[in-house]
Design a protein around this ligand. Structure first.
Ligand code: AMP
Ligand code: MG
Length: 408
């Protein structure tokens, strides 16, 4: 039996980053930048006011006190979006608004609350330090500076920065298109009545959601009955995508045709017994440079093997360097048993308290119990044949945002 690490290493060594494309700025969210983002000019491009007030020369206010204020004559107004018609001269002020460029000759801004207005003149009652309430040229980014390095994951702040730099179509790595096929004579799709002995196809939908959440693009290639030709036909469609996932029919039962169909399509494949629970054997292979994952049919096993093996592979294809979910150490709030000789990936709910996080099993760990996935914040990694006692520490792979502290 392979360890999870060995299986993952083999998968990642055979999976490669996809090519690049230019795309609309908002469509870059969650994707990986493929070029350095270099500022063509300074941001901001000129010194500007951070207050509504008056642009002045600091030197004109030297010696100003509440008793002996300095008087300046207001010679014009600079709203945001306009530039002063002329430089500021001695003993003058410009009315200025937030974001407006400082006029030449001015070096500071007095907030409007701090001056007394007398018609076309203002009185300033204290010394105004040079530079106050002025945002200097290039304070955010200097011309020629690399604002974002390639490999950066684009979040909302990066979208804002790219917009600031005027880069409307950044170069990013392609999102893998991932074909998903479910197989099984007993499986019926949504919208079709369930007959006797039939169950709903949940794997297609859960896997498509996982693909989407991993930052890739799911393509539903449907449902195939347990017949080699039908599976082969649908897998052929799936091979148009960048990666392929099928669920069920990968064991060695009499109705398990996925491997045979893949062989006929020329796929190089490995059937692995991975030392983990849940998770029956998984198949990994490839046609050309397209990875193919044959996941188990049980819904929880399919989701957990996706998390451990498929998600990191898809993230590598999309250009990410952080391939794995965050993990944390939690304390068992009740015993977390893992009988049997395989490493356990057990569904746990987390609660926050003064000492950190506590973990508790979500209930029965059967691999067909989908509600236990719904309840789970993460997967506790428990060594074979062992039990984490109450108060004992366990590593938890986080599947969801951390629950908040209760304020205690
Ligand atoms: P198999 O890997 O074909 O032996 O299937 C294992 C278990 O997963 C069986 O109980 C199947 O009924 C169930 N199963 C297979 N495919 C799906 C699916 N698409 N949605 C929900 N359950 C499934
Ligand atoms: Mg089956």
């Amino acid at each position: 039996m392979l360890s999870v690490e060995e299986a993952l290493e083999q998968i990642l060594s055979r999976v490669h980053r996809l090519g690049t494309e230019r795309t609309d700025l908002l469509a870059c969210l969650g994707r990986v930048l493929a070029e350095p983002s270099v500022a063509a000019g300074d941001i901001p491009p000129w010194p500007n006011s951070s207050m509504d007030g008056y642009a002045v020369r600091s030197s004109d206010t030297r010696g100003a006190t509440p008793e002996r204020p300095t008087e300046l004559s207001v010679v014009g107004t600079i709203p945001a979006g306009l530039v002063a018609a002329r430089p500021l001269e001695r003993d003058e002020a410009f009315r200025i608004f937030t974001g407006a460029p400082l006029p030449e000759g001015a070096d500071s801004v007095v907030p409007q609350e701090e001056v007394e207005t007398l018609g076309e003149r203002i009185r300033v009652r204290r010394f105004v330090q040079p530079g106050v309430f002025v945002r200097p040229l290039g304070e955010d980014i200097r011309a020629g500076e690399t604002a974002l390095e390639p490999g950066k994951v684009i979040g909302p702040a990066e979208v804002g920065l790219l917009a600031t730099l005027g880069q409307s179509r950044p170069l990013v790595f392609r999102r893998p298109r991932v074909a998903i096929l479910s197989t099984g004579d007993e499986v019926v799709d949504l919208g079709t009545p369930l007959g006797p002995g039939k169950i709903r196809n949940s794997n297609t939908y859960a896997l498509m959601a996982q693909v989407l959440e991993a930052g890739a693009e799911p393509v539903n290639v449907g449902l195939a009955p347990d017949r080699r030709e039908a599976i082969e036909e649908q897998l052929r469609w799936g091979l148009a995508a960048d990666a392929l996932i099928s669920s069920a029919g990968v064991s060695v039962g009499e109705y398990d045709f996925v491997r045979e169909a893949l062989t006929r399509l020329g796929a190089e494949q490995h059937l692995w017994k991975v030392s983990m629970r849940p998770g029956k054997p998984i198949t990994f292979g490839s046609v050309g440079d397209r990875p193919i994952f044959g996941l188990p049919g049980n819904p929880v096993s399919a989701m957990v093997t996706f998390e451990l093996f498929v998600r990191p592979a898809l993230r590598k294809m999309a250009g990410h360097s952080a391939l794995h979910r965050p993990m944390l150490r939690a304390r068992a709030l009740a015993p977390i048993p893992n009988p049997g000789g395989r490493r356990g990936y057990l569904r746990v709910r987390l609660t926050a308290d003064r000492q950190g996080y506590g973990a508790r099993l979500t209930g029965d760990q059967g691999s067909a119990i989908v509600t236990s996935m719904v309840a789970a914040d993460g997967l506790a990694v428990v060594p074979p044949d062992s039990t984490i006692p109450p108060g004992g520490e366990v590593t938890v792979i986080l599947l969801k945002p951390l629950p908040p502290h209760d304020g205690a």
